[in-house]
Structures are given as structure tokens and as C-alpha cells.
Design a protein around this ligand. Structure first.
Ligand code: FPP
Length: 271
């Protein structure tokens, strides 16, 4: 991201029904300082439901609605890449009923949002071990990726059966195999090559990670890619995280000084 002269825009119409009383429905942004890649750990669906005496599945259903709203908002604001942690490898340990409900919600989401993705030029991609998903879900996912593959305005990246450590190990094995078969030398492996062999090849690292529900953990998400990512923890449970909360997170991000290990003065003179 460059720090060129500010071009301020007002992002209008943040669906008033979802804004929180007392918070502004519009926010002024410097479009040059929006994250190119926003990653979100969507946490708190279960607690949201518990507080309302609802089932955890109801919480995930409300969470899926937040996904719809946040994807639309990111597209409208102009965030080029959004990566959502939708299902971790560790989530397989949850009760079977809950896991099945999550796949049902994902399938419903993919079916209901396809037209909108096509209309608004959103490309769907998945990272993680998606061959582990139920066959029908995997098929629908691949089909949706194919149908949206030409879209260029925004990339919606879903992390599914994803583990940052597994991704790193898989990449190391792939590069080691290439060395063993004499396609390259171990000394040729550098950070760029490693990055290019991760699931996120060709994507810039996330500029901002939002985690909802107040938990201050990375939880095995994009471990390699988050070396210099700004972290933002929202106390709000994911089902209540809507445009107003997104705007607040983006406004906070815009106030940060990203130094990438340099001094503030060095960083300022480079732009
Ligand atoms: C974490 O909340 C959330 C998940 C493990 C699943 C996220 C899934 C969705 C938001 C819905 C479906 C997704 C898509 C892409 C349509 P939690 O259950 O761990 O909450 P808790 O910590 O309060 O128990």
C-alpha cells in the first residue's frame, strides 16, 4: 500500500437497519489507505446464541447473514481481497450435527449468492484442504469457483478445513519433493518462492486481521502470511458484526502507522 496524497470518499448507505444507535452511518475514508487484503476470524456465533437461549446452529445462521452483509460492504467500499475463516481443521472435532449444519449453511450461501457474485464481479476462491469437505459441498464450491473465475473486482477467499501449520507443512513437502527430484536446489528456496507455493499464492499478505468476540488469538490462521498484519480485536460477536463495526475497524486501521520494522522517519521518507 502506498501512502500517496489522500483521496477522501464518503461511503454512503450502510443499511441503516444494521447500524448501532449512536454510531455514524457513514464514515470518511482515505481510499488509498484501505486494506488490500482484509482477513477476518468470525468468532462468537455460539456465545451469541447462548445469550439468546438459542441453539449454536441458530448462532451460525445469524453468522451467515453477517457474512452476506460484510461481503457486500467490502465490495461496495472497494476492498480487493477478503479472506474469511469459515471452518478450521480443528472445527472437525465439533459435534457432527453442528459440523453438518455449517456445511448446509455454506451450501445455501453459495447457491443464494452466486448471481450477486457474478453481477458484482466477485471471484470465489477457497484455501485449505477442501478435498476433506463432504463431496456435494466440495462439488458446489468448485462449481462456484469456476462460474466466478473471470470476475476481477473482488476476491472472496473462504478458508475451509484450513490450518496454517498444515499449509506450511504441505508447502515444505512440495518444495522438498521438487529438490529430491532435482527440479531445484534447496538453496533456491526463499521467502518469495515459499509464499508462491502457499494456498494464497499470488495474493498480497493481509494488511488487517479482524477477530470478533474479544478473543486475542490467531488460532492457526494464515500463520506465514500474517507476519506484518495489523490486528484488530472487536468485542462484538460475529452475528452482530455488521457495516458499522466494519467501518470502525477500517477507521482504526487507517490511523495506524505501519513501519515494517523500520523507524517512523524512514517509513515517512519512503513514500
Ligand atoms: C466461530 O464461532 C464460527 C465458526 C467456527 C464458523 C463460522 C461460520 C459462519 C459464520 C457461518 C457460515 C459461513 C459461511 C461462509 C456462509 P464459534 O462457534 O466458535 O463461537 P463461540 O466461540 O462463541 O462458541
Amino acid at each position: 500500500m502506498t501512502n500517496v496524497k489522500c483521496r477522501m470518499v464518503t461511503v454512503p448507505d450502510l443499511s441503516k437497519e444494521h447500524t448501532i444507535p449512536g454510531q455514524p452511518a457513514t464514515e470518511r475514508f482515505d481510499v488509498e489507505k484501505l486494506p488490500h487484503h482484509l482477513a477476518i476470524i468470525m468468532d462468537g456465533n455460539g456465545r451469541w446464541a447462548q445469550e439468546r437461549k438459542l441453539s449454536r446452529i441458530e448462532g451460525h445462521r445469524a453468522g451467515a447473514e453477517s457474512v452476506r452483509i460484510i461481503v457486500r460492504a467490502c465490495r461496495r467500499i472497494g476492498i480487493p481481497i477478503l479472506t474469511l475463516y469459515a471452518f478450521s481443521k480443528e472445527n472437525w472435532q465439533r459435534p457432527g450435527r453442528e459440523v453438518q449444519a455449517l456445511w448446509r449453511l455454506l451450501s445455501r450461501y453459495l447457491k443464494s449468492e452466486l448471481d450477486e457474485m457474478v453481477e458484482h464481479s466477485i471471484r470465489l476462491n477457497a484455501i485449505g484442504d477442501i478435498q476433506e469437505l463432504p463431496k456435494s459441498v466440495n462439488r458446489l464450491l468448485v462449481d462456484t469457483m469456476n462460474k466466478t473465475s473471470a470476475n476481477r473486482e473482488m476476491l472472496l477467499n473462504l478458508a475451509l478445513s484450513y490450518s496454517g501449520r498444515t499449509e506450511i507443512v504441505r508447502t515444505a513437502q512440495k518444495l522438498a519433493a521438487a529438490c529430491v527430484s532435482n527440479q531445484m536446489e534447496p538453496a533456491e528456496i526463499d521467502e518469495v518462492m515459499f509464499s508462491q507455493n502457499l494456498d494464497t499464492a499470488d495474493m498480497p499478505d493481509p494488511d488487517l486481521l479482524i477477530r470478533t468476540s474479544g478473543e486475542q488469538r490467531i488460532s492457526n490462521f494464515l500463520l506465514w502470511q500474517m507476519a506484518y498484519t495489523e490486528l484488530y480485536v472487536s468485542p462484538i460477536y460475529w452475528p452482530d458484526f455488521r457495516e458499522a463495526q466494519l467501518m470502525e475497524a477500517l477507521a482504526d486501521f487507517q490511523r495506524r502507522e505501519r513501519r515494517f520494522g523500520k523507524t517512523g522517519e524512514q517509513q515517512a521518507t519512503e513514500v
